[in-house]
Each structure stands twice: as structure tokens, then as C-alpha cells.
Unconditional design. Sequence first.
Length: 326
Amino acid sequence: MAAKDTPTSDMKVGIIGSGLIGQSWAMLFASAGYQVGIYDVEIEQVKKALQNIEQQLLDLEEQGLLRGNLNKQEQRERIAAASTIGDCVKGAFYIQECVPERLDIKKGVWGEVDKIVNVDVIMASSSSSLLPSKISDNLKHRNRFVVSHPTNPPFYAPLVEIIPAPWTDDDVVPTTKSLLERIGQVPVVLKKEIDGFVLNRIQYSIIGEAWRLINDDIISAEDLDKVMSTGLGVRYAFMGPLETAYLNADGMKSYIERYAEMIYRIQTSFGQPLPMGGKTGDKIQKELESYVCPVERVTERRQWRDKRLAALAKLKKEMDKGDSAS
Ligand SMILES: NC(=O)c1ccc[n+]([C@@H]2O[C@H](COP(=O)([O-])OP(=O)(O)OC[C@H]3O[C@@H](n4cnc5c(N)ncnc54)[C@H](O)[C@@H]3O)[C@@H](O)[C@H]2O)c1
């Protein structure tokens, strides 16, 4: 493919690493019609991954949540196990690496790929925190490198952060963005790399303040979680904090006039973050075991979560369709 072309849906994508995230990417690309090669250093793991994918496609079909226009079988047939990394990336215009979050492993994988790819391939990492410049600094094709950081679970939380390295070619980010839109994800672009990217920086600032409020005995863990799930989180499912502010006053200027002073006063009271752990960690763990579930039952509780996320994703999709029709 010429680098600036829009990828068409009969082209091949290579997925390296067939764990949780690799499986999700494989399903997402297949749902849009791409041919997918999937490789894992553990041969047994790829077999397991394909079985999981089969089951997940079945569940999605039953719930009416299959993506794209292809049926379950057509989507499944687009995903093929590759026995070597070379087979996986051969003919691929886009490679999504999904190996564990360790710099040595990621560098090892990309070092191998770097020897065999074409000059116009896009090399994307699912990295959650490792900076693109750290992973790609020694690669010959480092100008084709980018991070495409998905949100878990990618099927129901479509956000992907695209983060270029300082040396990434200008066409890589827009081509990646249009590809991710084509498969139904919602890409956002960071103009430059920063530790934690954006999603985790915001998430960690929330966790930091939650920790302080429980540590200082202002609120219980259960009530703190309710502040998000029945308060802030309800509107954040549909709009971000800036739009929230815009609508909570008559625009941003009016919001600033009304609330900026108070917000700044409170923000300056936050102080240094507290390290997570210690007595507060034990207290939160105990409370969670009581109002969520014992640790042994978290798998069941994840299924509960995914069911709700799936229902919300369906509702959002229907409402978005309604918005564009009106
Ligand atoms: N799980 C999440 O919530 C989440 C969310 C966003 C991004 N990520 C990122 O996605 C990446 C993968 O995470 P995951 O949760 O799928 O991990 P995982 O442990 O479920 O899967 C990793 C897979 O990579 C394989 N692997 C290890 N070394 C390899 C090698 N040299 N070559 C090929 N395969 C190899 C493993 O056998 C395993 O199957 C990480 O960078 C992670 O930070 C994870």
C-alpha cells in the first residue's frame, strides 16, 4: 500500500501477541473485513485465543452486538493463526503489537519485525504507558512507528489514543486514525508523547483524590464509588468534563466567571499525591470485598460489568444514530 492511501477492507493486518488485547484487536479488524494474521510466542495460547474468539463472536451474535456487516462465520474466517512472526506480518499494511507491557519484550519483538517489513508499513504498539520513543528508538523503520493504545474492554469502550514518536512520519497518524474509525473505534490524537498518555493521567488523578478522601476519613469507599457511578460517571458516559462545564453554565466564559476562583482554591488544597498501600489500602480492600464481591468472584463480577457496558454501548450507538438522522 502506498502510505497515504486509505486502507481498504480486504487488506491484511498482523497482530502480535494473542492475549486479552490481541484477541480484541483481531475481532475488531475482522469485523470490518480485514484479513488478520495472529501470532503468539506460546503456540498453545494462539489456539486458546481462537477458541475464545469463536465463543465471543457467538455471544455477540446472540446479543445482537456483532460489529460490521459480516456474519459471525465470515468474521471468524478472516482470522488465521500464524506460526512465525514473519508469517504474521507478511503482506500486512498495519501491525498491532499486543505483547506484555515490558520494554525488553516489546523492543525484542519490534527488532525482529523491523528486519522484514516494507518501508510503508505502519507499526503500532498497544502500549499502555511505555513511550513510543523508548520502544522504537533503535529501529530502522522508526519513522513508521506509533502507539495505538486501546481502552479495555475495546469492544465496548471504543477509545484509542494515538501517540506518535518525535520521528513518526506525518502520514502515519492520519492513516492510523482513518483505519481505526473504519473499524468502529474512536481514535484521539496526542500531539506529542507524555508519561501515562491522557486517559491514564486523568484516571490516576481521580484515583489520587479518591485515595486522599478515604485516607482522611471523609467518606467510605462504597460512597466514593457511588459519587462516580451515580453522579459524575452518568454524564461522563455521554460527554467530557469540558462539555459538562459548558452546559452547567452559559458557556465556558460564564462557567469561569462563576466557578474558576472556587475551583482553583480547592485544587490548590490537593497537595502531594499519597502512595497507594498501607492501612488505607487494607481498609479499601476490606470494604470492596463486602460491597462488590469476595476476590474469588471477580470473574463473575467482570461478566456483570461487561453486560452493562455492552448495554450502554448499544444505547449510545442507537442514540448516536438518532442524532445523525435528526
Ligand atoms: N489489559 C488491558 O487492560 C490493556 C488495556 C490497554 C492496553 N493494554 C496493553 O496491551 C498489551 C497486551 O496486554 P494484554 O492484557 O493483552 O496482555 P496478555 O498478557 O493478556 O497477553 C500478552 C500476550 O503476548 C504473548 N507474548 C509474550 N511475549 C511474546 C513475544 N515475544 N512474541 C509474541 N507474543 C508474545 C503472551 O504469550 C500473551 O499471550 C500491553 O502492552 C498492555 O499494556 C492492555
